[in-house]
Write a protein that binds this ligand. Structure first.
Ligand SMILES: *Cc1c(COP(=O)(O)O)cnc(C)c1O
Length: 397
């Protein structure tokens, strides 16, 4: 497979020097993204924010078009918001849930989503159920079917995180989508860690709602995110907040909510960052998500193998299908210490803690993990640098 790594690295000013293996936290943007953001900020300084936005109207529209191409949906099914959490929240809090309604989720669910489940359960009387894992540690489709068909009460939502923040597995989104469609239950996919590293198509997956962020594997600016809403569901969802952008005040005592997904947005936004997001998405599409996925997945497998060969290192990733997130521990060395030693030696990783993965890590006996997340611009040499820079097991200090 020929992936032009030299070009990818030339486009990435941050790739020289430190080995950036925190792409699941915030990836390094290509210079094209930074230039687009800075250009717009400069124009705002020259002519004011409103004039600058008017001049850039096509580029702003271009971001909706780019996200629609990325996900395989229509532009009017896309809302641009400030991060993935807000995207997910706008969808989740809009769902009509009644007392006794069941929310089915999986072990990989992101901590913020679980907090929202608990809040809404307390408010509405809905109940949260965690679907069992299968033998690979990913959502068990068989258990999901069992719960849908003979578990009692109405199922109001299936909500699943595609790729967990704290591990390399890829949940079986297409299988879950098929089951959700068959049962007529809305399916909300948190694709924050999958968009940008895997090919994610909402038709193929069959999700009704999908949230993602700009700064992770998409390599976009911080403070950007988006929500996909299937058109058939749009008018049935009442956004938790409305303003003059999401709705029109048609009389002193009446308003109409927009018919498109922008009913989940609000008026003011970071226009420069939005433009940068569009550039980041187009840049990813130029490489091709399938080519990106192949390279990222192969690099991560290589890293797992090399880590697995080191004495005292344990790799913790589960899943039959895996992606660019690699998690491990070094026996006898706290994760924070591992991260610090790696940082001092020019390798950037992060630590995942149980509080972001309460449905999963405690029951696997884990309190923390070192997370190394690769992108296509990383090299095998950088993986070797990580392995060579590890503190020896038991090296407390
Ligand atoms: C990072 C993350 C989020 C939150 O994304 P923000 O853009 O920070 O709001 C949600 N879900 C998962 C799985 C994540 O890893």
């Amino acid at each position: 497979m020929d992936f032009d790594i030299q070009r990818a690295r030339r486009d990435t000013p941050g790739a020289h020097g430190v080995a950036h293996l925190d792409n699941a936290g915030a990836a390094l943007p290509p210079r094209q993204v930074t230039e687009a953001v800075v250009d717009h900020l400069r124009r705002e300084a020259e002519v004011g924010g409103y004039e600058a936005a008017a001049v850039a109207a096509d580029r702003i529209d271009g971001t909706y078009a780019a996200v629609a191409r990325l996900l395989g949906c229509a532009q009017d099914e896309v809302a641009l918001v400030e991060n993935a959490t807000r995207a997910w929240d706008m969808a989740f809090y809009a769902l009509p849930l009644r007392p006794g309604d069941r929310i089915l989720t999986a072990r990989a669910e992101y901590g913020s989503n679980v907090i929202a489940f608990l809040q809404v359960a307390a408010r509405t009387g809905a109940v949260v159920e965690v679907v069992d894992d299968d033998e690979h540690g990913q959502l068990s489709v068989a258990d999901l079917c069992r719960r849908l068909h003979d578990g009692g009460g109405r199922v109001g939502l299936i909500a699943m995180t595609h790729v967990p923040t704290h591990g390399g597995l890829v949940n079986p989104a297409e299988e879950v989508g098929a089951v959700a469609r068959g049962a007529g239950v809305p399916f909300l996919l948190d694709a924050c860690q999958s968009v940008g590293q895997l090919s994610v198509d909402v038709e193929r997956i069959g999700c009704d709602l999908l949230s993602a962020t700009g700064r992770k594997f998409l390599r976009g600016p911080r403070g950007t995110g988006f929500l996909y809403v299937r058109r058939a569901l749009l008018e049935r969802l009442d956004p938790p907040f409305l303003d003059l952008h999401a709705a029109t005040l048609t009389a002193p005592d009446r308003y109409e909510v927009r018919p498109d997904a922008r009913r989940f947005e609000n008026w003011e936004s970071d226009v420069a960052a939005r433009i940068g997001l569009g550039v980041a998405v187009d840049y990813a599409l130029e490489w091709g998500l399938e080519a990106i996925e192949a390279r990222v997945t192969a690099l991560a497998e290589t890293l797992r193998e090399r880590l697995g060969a080191v004495d005292g290192v344990r790799v913790h990733d589960q899943g039959a299908r895996r992606c660019g997130i690699v998690t491990f521990t070094v026996e006898g060395v706290p994760c924070e210490k591992v991260q610090q030693v790696l940082r001092e030696r020019g390798v950037r990783t992060t630590v995942s803690r149980a509080r972001s993965a309460q449905l999963d890590m405690p029951r696997r006996g884990l309190t923390e993990l070192v997370r190394a997340s690769v992108h296509y611009y990383n090299t095998e040499d950088e993986l070797d640098r990580l392995v060579a820079a590890l503190p020896a097991s038991g090296a407390l200090g």
